[in-house]
Design a protein around this ligand. Sequence first.
Ligand code: SF4
Length: 472
Amino acid sequence: MNDVRYENDIRALLMAFFPGEKIVLDDVRFQPDKMMDVTYKDGRAAFCFTDGTDRMEDETDLLDADYRMGKNQIKTAVYDMLCRWTGHTLPWGTLTGIRPTKIPMAFYDEGRGVKEADAYLEKMYKVSESKRRLCTQVAANEKKILDTIPFGEDISLYIGIPFCPTICLYCSFSSFPLKVWERKVPTYLGALFKEMDAVAKMIGGRKITTVYMGGGTPTSLSVSQMDRLLSHIEETFDLSSVREFTVEAGRPDSLDERKLKAIRDHGIRRVSINPQTMNQKTLDIIGRRHTALQVEKAFYMAREAGFSNINMDLIMGLPGEDTEDVARTLDGVRRLSPDSMTVHSLAVKRASRLNQNLEAYPPAPPRTVDRMIEMSWEAAQDMGMIPYYLYRQKNISGNLENVGYARPGYEGIYNILIMEEKQTIVALGAGGSSKIVYPEENRIERIENVKNVKDYMERIDEMIQRKRKLLG
Ligand code: SF4
């Protein structure tokens, strides 16, 4: 490499062709084997090296017109070479971005149709027929919902509860084991309430479209803590225009009838109960510490409590799983018949325990993961669901994708909003990442809260101040 600007794209392609391999790019300028990351912010590019040093460059120099035009040609050339060398292609071709639906969405916004978007994805990025179909279909389904949302000044809220019963092998979220942090939960909630009170003043009369409580596992809170939290949200914000309020109830080992009833008593209808897999041996490997039977019981408990919109998250390519395991999981989900299902391809994140144990848990071959994804699409169709949101992540299995399926009318609106970045989302709590959207300027500003719970509690005034700069 003699131009570091292409590093991320070339690396992403190499990783897709050679999953699990260590990739070292020899760079004459930056010694990239020592380079950890490059981020772009406020018109500057920040290079971060393993020895702790940083180096800044003007983004205008890095992202000039030649770069933009050349990038796709260079990626295509490298892609063609790797295809010839390995003898296979990639389902998403040269596309390495995390929001592929933005491409067809731009076509639809200009009044152009599916055929044109499809042809563009094929010509420009060499995307396979099945992924083009998925991508154009998802964008069309998203658009139907986005067209019903008044963006303008309206916003959505994210509320983060960063505690979990145990930490999963693949987890890279802001999540802390409840056993260790239990005594600090009231202090955390106190800081969160302070942030909520301040944000409510900052947003003034702006209407709220959706509220999403995630984490972590929010249902790790006790019944009385959950009740207090939901009461505080109701007292602080005007929820009269909210179209969707979701509480992540991801871990069945955090649920009981009383807690579900307490959530339901606050008028919430949508929860997400996430098995990830229905195979006990895998649940044990990934450290979930609950059984497949508990998933079923939690699901029926939630239905009994009156939740009319239940999502289930699954992961394809979990350690040791083959297509038979996935078939068993999908059969289990079919029996429960949730209203929506989100299917992730396993992503090996740098901060996860999985990343440190890759030798013990080698990734599944990309073709196997792709087959698993096809199987999940077939299962979604059997349950009367359509694909309605889609995103990709860095280091995702087989360079594939995560897809949300839902029965029509049960799509997770918040999921679409966060993917398409058309509405401001204000995120509260440790690890919360707010996105302030300026549609007229086609610009997004981010405000990050610190991830660490202790730092969040100690620096809550600073977190509020950060928000005040853009929201106030
Ligand atoms: S339940 Fe989710 S947030 Fe909690 S440890 Fe597992 S992956 Fe992380």
